[in-house]
Design a binder for this molecule. Structure first.
Ligand code: KMH
Ligand code: ZN
Length: 312
């Protein structure tokens, strides 16, 4: 059986690199704003805090290691949450720039994107009345012709690097084939088990945010890995809570946060990441009688190295 906890591993992704500042005034941009959001999300019940960083002046996604260190340290200083930097970065970063955060901060966890894909953000342009910064529209429009590169070579390099620094990769799977890619690396002895997968559903270019697809991805993990894997789900946009609730009712785990969805409910922008964490915590109790797992429970469940072993 797929590995599961009585409680729920609730993750929260604070700012990401998908949305741009003009899409919501509540999207955290500066290090202080991101830190404050991370602390509040942890206090609301999130045990994993997924971080990206942005240019404090313009809000553009960047891979600046000093900013990562500032944000990660700031969250760690006030919570015992698991700080999980991205290696997905933004549409404007090379693989090397994206990966540099792991040897630099030696985090307990970091994301690892399990396959190359088209990553279309351009449909969001039509939802913005006026862009505040001159980089925003081009950043989104350029994704008509953008491939998010995660080759087998770069994945092999990434897994070896994660292993060297004691960082557990969270395997971001945007389609079923990405789950099979994980199986390939496990069978090759390059990726250690138990693994933790994050189903990323509803990104334009990846699998649709559909309940039947979630069921299929869960069955695929069960068939390929059995009790060597656990999983969580990200439903992008309006499917964040429906898929999150489905996953919780299946005994699995969930990620929320403004990185993936700017709304708290139809027509209402979320005013903070913590609001979404509070909502999924309530839903988890209402639909499945499950409470959010503590960071200590999650560390034990995933076999993480502990806050004292990071380099920030
Ligand atoms: N942005 C999400 C759709 C990463 O940062 O490495 C997936 C994600 C991947 O968070
Ligand atoms: Zn991310």
């Amino acid at each position: 059986m797929t590995r599961s906890m009585d409680d729920v591993v609730v993750a929260c992704a604070l700012t990401g690199a998908i949305h741009t500042p003009s899409m919501s005034e509540h999207l955290p941009v500066t290090p202080d704003e991101i830190i404050e959001e991370g602390i509040a999300a942890a206090e609301a019940g999130a045990s994993i805090i997924h971080i990206h960083v942005r240019d404090p002046e313009t809000g553009e996604p960047v891979s600046d290691l000093d900013l990562f260190r500032e944000v990660a340290s700031g969250i760690k200083s006030e919570t015992d949450a698991i700080v999980q930097p991205t290696t997905g970065g933004g549409m404007n970063q090379t693989v090397e720039e994206r990966m540099a955060v792991v040897p630099e901060l030696e985090p307990e966890m970091a994301s690892c994107n399990m396959g190359s894909m088209n990553f279309g953000l351009y449909p969001m342009i039509r939802g913005v009345e006026e862009f505040e910064y001159d980089w925003e529209e081009a950043y989104l429009d350029n994704t008509w012709d953008h491939i998010f590169p995660n080759t087998f070579e770069s994945l092999k390099t990434a897994f070896e690097m994660f292993d060297e620094h004691g960082t557990m990769p969270e395997l971001e799977c945007y389609d079923v084939g990405h789950i099979h890619n994980a199986k390939h690396f496990v069978d090759a002895g390059i990726l250690d088990t138990p693994i933790h997968l994050q189903f990323v559903m509803g990104i334009h270019g990846g699998i649709g945010a559909d309940q039947s697809h979630l069921q299929h991805m869960a069955e695929t993990v069960e068939r390929l890995f059995g009790d060597d894997a656990s999983w969580s789900v990200i439903g992008a946009g309006r499917m964040q809570f429906p898929l999150g609730t489905q996953a919780v009712s299946m005994g699995a785990n969930v990620r929320v946060g403004l990185e993936d969805n700017l709304y708290l409910e139809r027509g209402t922008l979320a005013e903070s990441n913590a609001e979404q964490v509070e909502k999924i915590v309530d839903l988890a109790w209402d639909v499945a009688g499950r409470e959010p797992a503590s960071p200590a429970q999650v560390r034990e469940f995933l076999g993480l190295k502990g806050q004292d072993a990071v380099n920030f």
